[in-house]
Design a protein around this ligand. Structure first.
Ligand SMILES: NC(=O)c1ccc[n+]([C@@H]2O[C@H](COP(=O)([O-])OP(=O)(O)OC[C@H]3O[C@@H](n4cnc5c(N)ncnc54)[C@H](O)[C@@H]3O)[C@@H](O)[C@H]2O)c1
Length: 383
């Protein structure tokens, strides 16, 4: 006997997605009912556009706006969505629509998993980070009792629509956070993308991804393709508990928790990438020159590479937590050269001496390119 399960969904690049003449989202919903869950930041900047679209194309769909912050990424927010769904009488085939950043997509995914044992949902990611990562995959999660993403699910969306035009209103600090995920996938998969980010990243950041024309869309699309390719190899993380896409995601969780959610996700990923790069040099897997390039790129994109949160004990704690999460293996992703990476499987490889030397190397590299966090950063002042 066999029960084979197939999951496939489309991620579509779009422009002017909320133009009332555009039928993509309304076609994806067909004649079904549902609930549109809107990110408060997107609502504040695109309210008219969204409401005009819904009135024209999906007048029967109610909206529910959720206040977005990492603190609000909790079961309560999910339960609010469930309550709205119940009040509106959503049926088994009705659809939840997430319109927002990574937090919004994460909580909608969890709510969609719970309501009636699973409703379909589609995502319209509106931050850079969600467009290249959080809003295009099949994982959803909420934080629980101070633990990042402790409760969550694997539930593929039915469709994803990515419109980089939404990024023009995104604060630069949020764009930078999203850039970290682009650097992540480029570092482990694509030396060309890495070169393009070096060349065009600062200008894209300064112009809401508008300049150079077409580069923003092309680099987002490339990042998405690479990410989907990574996800497709082991979508439910059942065959192996290791993924190249986890570069920058071993210690970052600890940093986010220790900062009490003051550190953005992408900032924590940047700190982790720099640290993993330094560890890779110490293990003889990455030339020092390539490490210096990584640190420089992060600096040029306005991302942190050092912080008082990155300590010897935080690294050890990150190793311990990773081993728990990855069934006894460390599976730390370390860059080898730009565009390729390897796994460090055994935790014992990261001896006290290796960690200490890596931290010294990191501090020295940051000093050389003055890539430390600005002194006004809450992460620096509270640590
Ligand atoms: N599920 C996954 O696979 C996955 C992967 C990576 C990250 N994540 C999660 O994603 C979250 C981070 O996502 P994020 O970086 O999008 O942050 P976020 O969701 O907190 O959004 C950042 C800010 O941008 C605002 N915003 C959204 N769209 C906007 C727009 N177009 N214009 C202006 N403001 C807008 C939001 O209201 C918020 O204030 C973290 O919780 C992280 O754990 C999940």
């Amino acid at each position: 006997m066999n029960c084979s399960l197939n999951h496939a969904y489309d991620v579509e690049m779009a422009t002017r997605l909320l133009d009332p003449a555009d039928t993509r989202v309304s076609h994806a919903l067909a004649d079904r009912g549902g609930l549109v869950v809107v990110d408060s930041g997107f609502h504040a900047t695109h309210r008219e556009e969204l409401l005009t679209y819904l009135e024209a194309r999906l007048p029967h769909l109610p909206t529910h706006t959720i206040t977005i912050s990492e603190e609000a990424k909790q079961l309560d927010t999910v339960l609010d969505i469930c309550r709205q769904a119940q009040r509106r009488g959503l049926a088994r085939r009705d659809v939840l629509v997430a319109v927002g950043g990574g937090v919004c997509c994460d909580v909608v995914s969890v709510a969609a998993t719970l309501i009636r044992r699973g409703l379909p949902y589609l995502t319209i990611p509106t931050t850079l980070l969600a467009q290249v990562d959080a809003g295009i995959g099949l994982k959803g999660a909420v934080n629980f009792d101070g633990s990042k993403n402790y409760l969550g699910c694997f539930r593929p969306p039915t469709a994803v629509f990515v419109d980089p035009g939404f990024l023009t209103t995104l604060p630069e600090v949020e764009l930078r956070s999203g850039m970290a995920e682009m650097v992540k996938i480029a570092m482990v998969r694509d030396a060309d993308l890495l070169r393009e980010l070096r060349r065009h990243g600062p200008s894209l950041l300064a112009t809401g991804f508008r300049h150079p024309p077409d580069k923003g869309n092309a680099l987002i699309e490339r990042s998405i393709m690479l990410m989907l390719d990574e996800l497709a190899q082991n979508p439910f993380e059942e065959t192996e508990l290791r993924r190249l896409a986890d570069f920058g995601h071993t210690f970052s969780t600890r940093f986010e928790e220790a900062s009490r959610w003051q550190l953005r996700h992408g900032e924590a990923v940047a700190l982790d990438m720099a640290l993993s790069g330094a560890l890779s040099v110490e293990l003889g897997m990455l030339p020092d020159r390539d490490f210096a390039d990584l640190v420089l790129l992060l600096r040029d994109l306005g991302l942190p590479v050092v912080s008082p949160l990155v300590t010897h004990s935080a690294v050890r704690e990150g190793v311990r937590a990773a081993v728990l999460h990855r069934a006894g293996r460390l599976n730390l992703v370390v860059p080898e050269r730009g565009g390729t990476a390897a796994f460090v499987t055994e935790p014992s490889v990261l001896t006290s001496t290796v960690i200490s030397r890596a931290l010294e190397r990191l501090t020295e590299a940051a000093r050389r390119c003055q890539a430390a966090l600005p002194s006004s950063s809450p992460v620096v002042s509270s640590a």
